[in-house]
Ligand binder design. Sequence first.
Ligand SMILES: Nc1nc2c(c(=O)[nH]1)N[C@@H](CN(C=O)c1ccc(C(=O)N[C@@H](CCC(=O)O)C(=O)O)cc1)CN2
Length: 283
Amino acid sequence: MATRHIITLSCEDRPGIVAGLTTELYEAGGNIAESAQFFDRQSGRFFLRIAADFADGVSCESLEQRLSPLVERFGMGLAVSDAARRPKIVVMVSAFDHALLHLLYQIRVGWLNAEVVAIVSNHEASRQTAEAAGVAFHYWPVTKATKADQEQRLLDLVAETGCDLVVLARYMQILSDDLSRKLSGRVINIHHSFLPSFKGAKPYHQAHQRGVKLIGATAHYVTADLDEGPIIEQETERVSHALSPDDLVATGRDIEARVLARAVKLHLEGRVMLNGTRTVVFG
Ligand SMILES: Nc1nc2c(c(=O)[nH]1)N[C@@H](CN(C=O)c1ccc(C(=O)N[C@@H](CCC(=O)O)C(=O)O)cc1)CN2
């Protein structure tokens, strides 16, 4: 049996990066199964993702140790992860649960390799869904008075469960700047518009008012700047003048669910790398 590891790195571009890395992986007995790289001329940065198979005894830690001289030499940001490890996610939801249900379905059928360790909501509506899925449910209503405590409870939950990613599946509360910073790169939100259009609340009503001919959904990392985080995945669909705001909401549901699930899968498979305010996605 072999163990598959995912190696991702980014650094300033210069000759020798790929040669240096692949030589080390070869000498560790690695057999490369997937490889993708990108040189961003604008930023001068190089990005790489490799999936390689190793003998069972080769751990992530031993690879990181072997690669540390290379990391030092090129000033790399490098990560090694075990592809077989089942990542843990916390899903947060408010009143609309279509994106949550789609995530649970995609996990159940094996398309998304993840374990939902908790469902958190400021509404009671998804309690039965959580119980049916055998997932812990936390009803944490949010008011100005309770927001700070609620956010601390989330941080505690992330720490206690070893959660790798928090997913905002139409969770309609704005995370504080402090929480956004503390969980930077580890929270993905689905925004129900084709960003950068129609940020904030009620994007479908904004879109209807504007008379758009396309609606869409955008999955992005959460930052302190509302709906401005690095975009991971998007999708659009044509609409006509004949549709009401509620028709747009209904049309958008499936798009939102699909886009969020694809973004979560890409992130958990180590296929998304941050490139300033943008992302590199090795799909
Ligand atoms: N710090 C961030 N928090 C959140 C982000 C983000 O990008 N950065 N995305 C939102 C999701 N969202 C749109 O996709 C969104 C959610 C909520 C609101 C809003 O105005 N909420 C009001 C009141 C909501 C309520 O009454 O339940 C508020 O929180 O003041 C706008 C956009 C998730 N969080």
